[in-house]
Design a protein around this ligand. Structure first.
Ligand code: AHR
Length: 517
C-alpha cells in the first residue's frame, strides 16, 4: 500500500501531467477563405493614427523643436519620424480628442516665440506652448506622406472660427487669411481631405444631447467652404461604444450634412474608469477579459451599421472608428493625466483582433485611428529622452500592411474555444483579404496562452504561389519591449507548409501571425 505522502505526490504529479498534456495538445483549427465571394475593399485609412496634445504625445514624442539636443528634422524627432515613415501612416488625426474643443487655431500660427501659452485643462493642467500648430502639423503630415484629418472646435468655438481655419489651410486666393498663411511661411494651400466637426460632443466636447449636437453639426458644417478640388470630407461627432441611440439621432437629423460619422470604443480590462487594470502586471483572467472585451467591437460595429443602413441605404456615409485601443491605469511614477502606458504582447493581440474585425466591416468602416500614435494609450512608439522603442502594436501594424487596399474575403472557421472561469472566446481569430496582385493574406491571432494551434487553411478556389508567414510572440503574456530590451518582441518568420491545395501552419500560443499566398 502507498504511504500517504507518496500518494499525495503521485496525485500532484498526475494533475501536473494533465496540465502539461493540455498545454501540449495542439488546437486543431479549420479555416476556409471564401475567395469566391469577395467583399469590400479595405480602405488603407483603416490603418490611421491619432495624435493629440496630451501628455508626451506631441511634445517630446513628435516635436522637440529645432534647438533640441535630440536629433531632429526641423523640430520633429528624427528617430520617430523615420520609424513612422517605415510604417507608412495613411492618415493622421489632430489636435484631439478632448483638446480639439478647447483649441483655438490662431494661437498656433506665426512666430513660435510670440505664440500665447495656455493651460491644457483636459490633460493635467500643464502649459500648452502652442509651438506645434497648424503649420507644424500639416508639414509633419506631408513629411510622413499621411493625409491630414483635422478636428475642429465646436464645444467652445464658433462656426466663423472653424470656417476661417479651413479657409486658412485651403485657400488659393489672395484673401487676408491666405495671405496670412503665406506670411507665416506656406505659399501653397495644404490638402485637407478630412475635417471633423467636434469631438465627443456627448462628453468633453460639450455635454450635448444628440438632437442639439445634430443641429450644431449642420450649423457648423454649412460654413465649411473650400475650393472644389480640396473639399474635405465632413466628419460628424459620433457615438461612444454601444450608444446606437446617438447614431440614430445624428443620422436621422443630419445625414445629408456629413460624409462620415465617428465611433469611439476603448478596451478597458475591468470596464471601470477608476481602476482600469495594469498594462503589464496582470494575470490570465485579465488577459482573457481584455481579449473578450475587444471581440465586442464586432457586435458594436454591426449595431451601428444597422442604424446607418436605415438612414443611408446607399452606404455613402462612412463609419470612422477614430479612437480605439487599450486604456489601462497609467504607468506607476508617471503623471496620471498623461495616459502613458506600456504595451505588451496582450496589446498585440488586441490590435490584431480589432484589425481583423475592421476588415470584416470594410464596407462601412473606412477609417480608424488607434489612440494614440506616440507615448499615449496604445501607442506605436514610446520615447524616453533620446531613446525610442517600437511597441508590439507597431509590429502588428507593420505585419498587417498587405491588408491596406486589399479586398476583404469572408472566412469560415471551426475553432475550439479558449475558456477561463466563466469567459470563453474563440481560440483563434482571423481575417483574410486579396491584394491587387492576387495574393491572399490571412491575419491570425491565437488567443490561447497555453496551446499551439494547428491551422489547415483552405480556399474556395484553387491557390498557387509560394506561401510565406510571419509571427509575433513572446515568452510570457506580459512581455513587452523596454528601453533596455527593445527587441523582446519582434516579428519572426513562420513556417507554412502546403498539403495538397491547403496550407498548414502552426501558431504558437499567444501569438499574432500573417500568412500570405
Ligand atoms: O484619447 C484620449 C481621449 O479619449 C480623447 O481625448 C477623447 O476623445 C476620448 O475620451
Amino acid at each position: 500500500m502507498m504511504k500517504p505522502i507518496v500518494r499525495m505526490l503521485s496525485m500532484t504529479s498526475l494533475l501536473w501531467l494533465a496540465v502539461v498534456a493540455q498545454a501540449q495538445t495542439a488546437l486543431q483549427v479549420e479555416l476556409t477563405i471564401r475567395d469566391d465571394t469577395p467583399q469590400a475593399r479595405i480602405d488603407p485609412n483603416v490603418y490611421g493614427q491619432f495624435a493629440e496634445h496630451l501628455g508626451r504625445g506631441i511634445y517630446e514624442g513628435i516635436w522637440v523643436g529645432p534647438a533640441s539636443p535630440i536629433p531632429n528634422t526641423r523640430g520633429y524627432r528624427t528617430d520617430v519620424l523615420e520609424a513612422l515613415k517605415k510604417l507608412g501612416i495613411p492618415v493622421l488625426r489632430w489636435p484631439g480628442g478632448c483638446f480639439a474643443d478647447e483649441y483655438h487655431w490662431r494661437d498656433g500660427i506665426g512666430p513660435r516665440e510670440q505664440r500665447p501659452v495656455h493651460v491644457n485643462t483636459n490633460w493635467g493642467g500643464v502649459e500648452e506652448s502652442n509651438a506645434f500648430g497648424t503649420h507644424e502639423f500639416l508639414d509633419f503630415a506631408e513629411l510622413l506622406g499621411a493625409k491630414a484629418y483635422v478636428s475642429g472646435n465646436v464645444g467652445s468655438g464658433t462656426p466663423q472660427e472653424m470656417a476661417e481655419w479651413v479657409e486658412y489651410i485651403t485657400s488659393q486666393t489672395n484673401s487676408a487669411l491666405a495671405q496670412l498663411r503665406r506670411k507665416n511661411g506656406r505659399d501653397k494651400p495644404w490638402p485637407l481631405p478630412f475635417f471633423g466637426v467636434g469631438n465627443e460632443t456627448w462628453g468633453c466636447g460639450g455635454s450635448m444631447r444628440p438632437e442639439h449636437s445634430a443641429d450644431l453639426h449642420k450649423q457648423f458644417a454649412t460654413f465649411i467652404k473650400a475650393p472644389q478640388d480640396n473639399k474635405p470630407l465632413i466628419v460628424a461627432s459620433g457615438a461612444n461604444a454601444s450608444n446606437t441611440a446617438w447614431t440614430e439621432v445624428l443620422l436621422r437629423e443630419a445625414v445629408k450634412h456629413m460624409d462620415a460619422i465617428t465611433l469611439h470604443y476603448y478596451t478597458i480590462p475591468t470596464g471601470r474608469w477608476d481602476k482600469k487594470g495594469s498594462a503589464t502586471q496582470f494575470d490570465e483572467s485579465e488577459w482573457i477579459i481584455t481579449l473578450s472585451r475587444t471581440l465586442r467591437m464586432d457586435e458594436v460595429l454591426a449595431n451601428h451599421t444597422k442604424i446607418m443602413d436605415k438612414y443611408d441605404p446607399d452606404k455613402r456615409v462612412g463609419l470612422f472608428v477614430d479612437e480605439w485601443g487599450t486604456w489601462y491605469d497609467t504607468e506607476p511614477g508617471t503623471k496620471p493625466d498623461f495616459l502613458y502606458q506600456q504595451n505588451s504582447l496582450r496589446d498585440a493581440l488586441v490590435a490584431a483582433i480589432n484589425l481583423n474585425v475592421f476588415h470584416k466591416h470594410a464596407e462601412r468602416v473606412r477609417m480608424t485611428n488607434i489612440a494614440q500614435m506616440v507615448n499615449v494609450l496604445q501607442a506605436m512608439i514610446l520615447t524616453q529622452g533620446d531613446q525610442m522603442v517600437l511597441t508590439p502594436t507597431y509590429h502588428v501594424f507593420e505585419m498587417y500592411k498587405p491588408f491596406r487596399g486589399a479586398t476583404s474575403l469572408p472566412t469560415e472557421m471551426t475553432s475550439p474555444r479558449y475558456e477561463l472561469g466563466d469567459i470563453d472566446v474563440p481560440a483563434v481569430h482571423a481575417s483574410a483579404a486579396r491584394d491587387t496582385n492576387g495574393r491572399v493574406h490571412v491575419g491570425l491571432a491565437n488567443l490561447d496562452p497555453h496551446r499551439t494551434a494547428t491551422l489547415t487553411i483552405a480556399r474556395a478556389s484553387r491557390s498557387s504561389g509560394a506561401p510565406t508567414g510571419r509571427v509575433l510572440t513572446a515568452p510570457t503574456m506580459q512581455s513587452f519591449n523596454s528601453f533596455e530590451r527593445p527587441q523582446t518582441l519582434v516579428p519572426a518568420p513562420l513556417e507554412v507548409h502546403r498539403q495538397g491545395g491547403r496550407l498548414i501552419v502552426t501558431l504558437p500560443p499567444k501569438s499574432v501571425a500573417v500568412v500570405s499566398q
